[in-house]
Design a protein around this ligand. Structure first.
Ligand code: HEM
Length: 127
């Protein structure tokens, strides 16, 4: 009986320890989102002017924003989907920076389009 209680306690402990996510902060998410919007506008202008430096800066800010909020437990939708979408945002933004380094405007456009698609995916699942 004692051994069973200890096993149950251990299971409860293990289960609760993997369920710990960061608490959702609306003010921090909104701050990141407003900056995302600003960076998407910066990317549009940078793409039109083939300004690779400005585009790389905007991709980096988008990656940093997603990195700040990726561990939050969203108000709506599963945490795993929230986390995966933000990891994809970071990955795609890093790809965009690589495209800037190669001065490959077509690859920059593709990265911007992929970020827009992740934006739509994130909003339909969690907003
Ligand atoms: C470049 C990509 C994105 C842009 C431009 C963007 C833009 C925005 C904007 C303008 C808002 C409204 C903020 C306000 O209240 O003033 C918003 C809200 C929100 N967005 Fe995004 N977003 C992006 C990506 C994402 C992603 C990837 C997710 C989730 C995985 C997400 C989840 C949300 C949520 C949950 C809210 C509501 C926040 C709240 O009121 O608690 N967004 N977004």
């Amino acid at each position: 009986m004692k051994r069973l209680s200890i096993s149950i306690l251990l299971l409860v402990f293990l289960f609760s320890s993997v369920q710990v996510f960061a608490e959702y902060s609306r003010s921090k998410v909104v701050k990141v989102m407003r900056n995302n919007l600003k960076m998407m506008r910066q990317l549009k202008t940078a793409e039109e002017n083939e300004d690779f430096f400005s585009a790389a800066e905007a991709f980096m800010e988008i990656a940093q924003g997603s990195n700040t909020i990726k561990d939050y437990d969203p108000k709506r939708g599963p945490q795993s989907a929230w986390n995966n979408t933000h990891l994809s945002m970071i990955n795609t933004a890093f790809g965009g920076i690589g495209a800037c380094g190669n001065e490959d405007i077509e690859a920059v456009r593709e990265a911007i389009a992929a970020i827009s698609a992740l934006n739509a995916q994130g909003h339909s699942a969690h907003k």
